[in-house]
Design a protein around this ligand. Structure first.
Ligand code: URP
Ligand code: ZN
Ligand code: ZN
Ligand code: ZN
Length: 480
């Protein structure tokens, strides 16, 4: 159970240094030179390579029951694909149906996740409200390591949270030291525009994008941020896809609000022309929410990452095969929303981020791992190559190349939105809990080896928020 990674360069969010890394019993035991290690220690020579914290994908949906079907990557195949791409932890979503007990849903997802090959944790969605939901949120935080609650502002007549739910749940989250997160699209507007497109005879996948324009997202981001501002709650916005969303986050942050933003690798790299494809299957394979946008939005998102107004990169990994997408053959509203990506996030970001000078290597580590660990309060156990941290490590070969393809990926789906992309800079090895689970093209993922990661409440920014709130609290006028 011991492993020594020699001759590499350690890249953390805050430092770059030449050092060897010694792992024992799932943890990083020592970092330095000429380390004393037991005789039978496995050795990896990482000369010319980078030793980085394993990636954390804070937004995936393995085997999600959604839109009448179930996502095809389960917790084993999905986490294994992640390991092949250097991602050693996912934060997935428990999504109770409206009216469903939160703990029942949590237990159901936990059971599904027992087969995970890499570490995992859960955000829990708030899709309805009553006193039991409020009480169960506390149980989830206190007893089950949940410190984030998700709100879908879209998907009307399904899992959409209206303003009343947002306000109740954001307030409760603040009390519990858990961060509210939002999928920000105005669900009423989407519903209305979808009907309009159908009335116009636009039944194909292009109708999906046309019914979710950037304004729909910008409005919802603004609304969520303003509600959070009034309630004095930190907030995290998932999958920002456009300039309108980013502008709201940038504005709020510049005004001192505690806001975190996520961007998907696919939104940085895939553009809206995919919906014009004359092949229905190809266009439908790209149906996800929010939809892909024009290059102007992609440029803005890259700058958002570079400037630090966007903090994390994710994938929203949610796989549906062609026969599942075909449910919406005559009505784009029935195409299950979602695309894959957990395997390719890091290599795509390295290639288009680091190799193009948009991100330094340290910034790459921040946006693929460390920031997620800090925001979701599991740092430095995760998100850092440091003594005492979990031995979740990716050894990165900056010169190695490959071409991304559905023919060779490990994701259990027949399509890859990055098909044909040549990447330079890929993992040579992935280490999960001190074990080599991927080595030079060979995946050695072990079903069930992944562990649930408890995330404690009250990340440090809650104390900052509390102090700020305390100093500006409203007072009554004293009258005789
Ligand atoms: O289209 C998407 N993103 N599907 C997964 C559910 C969600 O909205 O994140
Ligand atoms: Zn040395
Ligand atoms: Zn979403
Ligand atoms: Zn999602």
């Amino acid at each position: 159970m011991s492993l020594l990674i020699k001759n590499g360069t350690v890249i953390n969010a805050e430092e770059t240094r030449q050092a060897d890394v010694y792992c024992e019993n799932g943890l990083i035991k020592a970092i330095g030179h000429d380390l004393d290690v037991p005789e039978n220690t496995e050795i990896i020579d990482a000369a010319g390579q980078y030793i980085m914290p394993g990636g954390i994908d804070p937004h995936t949906h393995m085997q999600l029951p959604f839109m009448g079907t179930v996502a095809t990557d389960d917790f084993y195949t999905g986490t294994a694909a992640g390991l092949a791409g250097g991602t050693t932890m996912i934060i997935d979503f428990v999504i109770p149906a409206p009216g469903e007990n939160l703990l029942d849903a949590y237990n159901k997802w936990m059971e599904w996740a027992q087969k995970a090959a890499g570490d995992y944790s859960f955000h829990v969605a708030i899709t309805w409200w009553d006193e039991t939901v409020s009480a169960d949120m506390e149980t989830l935080v206190r007893d089950h390591g949940v410190n984030s609650f998700k709100h879908f502002m879209a998907y009307k007549n399904a899992i959409m949270a209206d303003d009343e739910i947002l306000i109740n749940s954001f307030s409760r989250s603040l009390e519990l030291g858990a961060i509210p997160t939002v999928h920000a699209e105005n669900g009423e507007l989407v519903f209305n525009l979808q009907q309009e497109m159908m009335d116009r005879g636009i039944t194909g996948p292009e109708g999906h994008a046309l019914s979710r324009p950037p304004q729909v997202e910008g409005e919802a981001v603004n609304r969520a941020l303003r509600i959070a501002e009034v309630l004095k709650v930190p907030i995290y916005v998932v999958h920002n896809s456009c300039k309108e969303a980013l502008d709201e986050i940038t504005r709020a942050r510049s005004q001192g609000q505690r806001v975190f933003g996520e961007v998907l690798a696919s939104h940085l790299l895939v553009d809206e022309t995919v919906y014009q494809n004359e092949d229905w299957e190809t266009a439908a394979a790209h149906v996800m929410s929010p939809p892909f946008r024009s290059s102007e939005h992609q440029d803005a998102l890259w700058k958002g990452l570079q400037s630090g107004n966007l903090h994390t990169t994710a994938t929203d990994h949610c796989c549906f095969c062609a026969e599942q997408k075909a449910a919406g053959k005559d009505d784009f509203r029935l195409i299950p929303n979602g695309t894959a990506g957990v395997e390719n996030r890091m290599e795509a970001l390295w290639t288009h981020g680091v190799n193009k000078g948009r991100l330094t290597m340290n910034e790459f580590v921040k946006v693929t791992s460390t920031n997620a660990a800090q925001i979701f309060n599991i740092y430095p156990r995760k998100g850092s190559v440091s003594k005492g941290a979990d031995a979740d490590i990716v050894i990165w070969d900056p010169k190695a190349k490959k071409t991304i393809s559905a023919k060779t990926h490990h994701q259990n789906v027949d399509f890859n939105v990055l098909e044909g992309m040549e990447v330079t800079g890929i993992p040579s090895h992935t280490i999960s809990a001190g074990k080599v689970v991927y080595a030079n093209g060979e995946l050695k993922a072990v079903k069930g080896a992944g562990k649930y990661v408890n995330r404690p409440p009250f990340a440090d920014y809650f104390e900052a928020q509390r102090l700020q709130t305390e100093s500006t609290k409203p007072v009554a006028v004293k009258r005789k």
